[in-house]
Design a protein around this ligand. Structure first.
Ligand SMILES: O=C(O)C(=O)C[C@H](O)[C@H](O)COP(=O)(O)O
Length: 220
């Protein structure tokens, strides 16, 4: 993590990654053995960009297994709450990191790294702090609960240069509306891969759900 940082390139990379993804499943993996079949099921359904949250004891080993065994998957680490979590994500070989918030310590470590970071914001002040540190792409969280599309439109005036990955309360019914907003690069959420489907090992069901979602959202 000691290389000089090209922030422009880092942000550009994140912008392209999210735009290509446009749906980022937020995954909570409870058993390491589920990780590889789950990632393969998602990839088979057309969902390659995955956010594995650091919410469980299995998360780190699960993410490592996906990085090693499913090269088609673009693995991001979510629920990054501390600089230690950010370093963990770096060590795993994650391609991007996501946080529900944006503490000063997290912004500091992420600003000193080439590993893309999506800070979570819910207010104009959160947004301004992240933007001041060079982060112009943010997770709007929790998107529905914190004001929904109306909030994002209100931000478009003063913060026209910022782009978002809204997450929180997004599902099949409202994902397309969010994606049609010009400030939105991608949407995130747990709806595309609920924990119950992971728990029951319903890999075919997950592939079918992803394929259906991608088809609907990609339709003109
Ligand atoms: O764990 C994190 O890093 C978070 O920030 C929270 C998740 O992004 C949301 O829990 C997803 O929200 P839902 O799609 O409504 O379930």
């Amino acid at each position: 993590m000691n290389k000089p940082v090209d922030a422009g390139q880092r942000q550009d990379h994140l912008r392209k990654l999210l735009k290509a993804a446009f749906v980022v499943p937020v995954l909570t993996i409870e058993r390491v053995s589920d990780a590889v079949p789950l990632a393969r099921a998602l990839v088979a359904g057309g969902v390659r960009t995955l956010e594995i949250t650091l919410r469980t004891d299995a998360a780190v080993e699960a993410a490592k297994a996906v990085v090693a065994e499913v090269p088609e998957a673009i693995v991001g680490i979510g629920t990054v709450l501390s600089p230690g979590d950010f370093q963990t994500a770096y060590a795993i070989g994650a391609r991007f990191t996501v946080s529900p918030g944006a503490t000063r310590e997290l912004l500091d470590i992420a600003a000193s790294s080439d590993l893309p970071f999506l800070p979570g914001v819910a207010t104009a002040s959160d947004l301004m702090q992240a933007r001041e540190r060079g982060f112009d792409i943010m997770k709007f969280f929790p998107a529905e609960q914190a004001g929904g599309i109306a909030m994002l439109r209100a931000w478009a005036g003063p913060f026209a240069d910022v782009r978002f990955c809204p997450t929180g309360g997004i599902g099949e019914a409202n994902a397309a509306s969010w994606l049609s907003e010009p400030m939105v690069l991608a949407v995130g959420g747990s709806w595309i891969c609920p924990s119950s489907m992971i728990r029951s090992g319903d890999w075919a069901g997950i592939t079918a759900m992803c394929a259906r979602t991608m088809k609907t959202l990609q339709a003109p």
